[in-house]
Ligand binder design. Structure first.
Ligand code: SF4
Length: 248
């Protein structure tokens, strides 16, 4: 790396349970990175789309942005007391701050943490550069009928990067009642065709302020799950568990 690493912008640092995907329920410290250019209509973290002047820290005072990697490590260690071992990077879109994470991740690894990345799966270059420092990646495959944008080329590029990596990997497809069933099924087939050891998750769409799946969305997920039992035995249909539990 040339020159000092740029500082990062956070939208929050807090403790909670992992709320999505095959590792749901695990206690983690979350670093919510600020900034996202993806613009999902169902996004429940819109306050993390922009870079705020400060960010809330669970159990402490608000901290100013931007934050150097050393200060982020200190804050994460304090939040992890007495013995949380997992740190999750969420957003916003963490990979839009790749150089900051490239400085931060090795420091956290050096402190003995396991590191989990949640990503929209649209930035294959930064993803590849950070994989040596990560233990798990959970990426989205976003259906064009829901978000109005087609990210399939970028999703495929990210999955190609993940396919040769030995860490834990999951691909999450949010399914809404209005999605054509064939679209979700094609996404599942394409994703597992590229990265067969990714653990697929179908997540029925919820409104941003709700924990209840949109009517009809769960039915679509269930129909697909029954159909794909043999081809994808690790497939799971899961809600956003943290919302059900009233956690951040
Ligand atoms: S990628 Fe994530 S943070 Fe960005 S708009 Fe979509 S759901 Fe929200």
């Amino acid at each position: 790396m040339t020159g000092p690493a740029p500082p990062g912008y956070l939208a929050g640092l807090f403790r909670s349970l992992q709320g999505e995907g095959p590792w749901a329920g695990r206690p983690e410290v979350f670093l919510r990175l600020a900034g996202c250019s993806v613009g999902c209509p169902w996004c429940d973290t819109r306050d993390a789309w922009e870079r705020p002047p400060s960010f809330p820290v669970a159990g402490g005072e608000a901290e100013p942005n931007p934050v150097e990697a050393d200060r982020a490590v200190r804050l994460a260690k304090e939040a992890a007391r007495p013995s949380c071992k997992w740190i999750s990077f969420t957003g916003g879109e963490p990979l839009e701050q790749g150089p900051f994470l490239r400085a931060l991740l090795p420091l956290l690894r050096g402190e003995g943490f396991f590191l989990h990345l949640e990503t929209a799966g649209v930035h294959p270059g930064p993803l590849e550069s950070l994989l040596p420092f990560l233990d798990q990646v959970s990426m989205d495959w976003k259906l064009p009928s829901l978000g109005g944008r087609d990210f399939r080329p970028a999703h495929k590029a990210c999955l190609r990067v993940l396919s040769s990596w030995e860490g834990g990997k999951a691909v999450k497809i949010v399914v809404g009642a209005s999605c054509p069933p064939s679209e979700a099924e094609e996404a599942l087939g394409e994703a597992l065709g590229i990265c067969p050891d990714a653990r697929p998750v179908l997540q029925p769409l919820t409104a941003p302020a709700s924990a209840e799946p949109e009517p009809g969305a769960l039915d679509l997920c269930l129909a697909l799950a029954w159909k794909w039992g043999e081809r994808a035995p690790s497939l799971r249909v899961l809600p956003q568990v943290h919302k059900l539990l009233g956690l951040p």
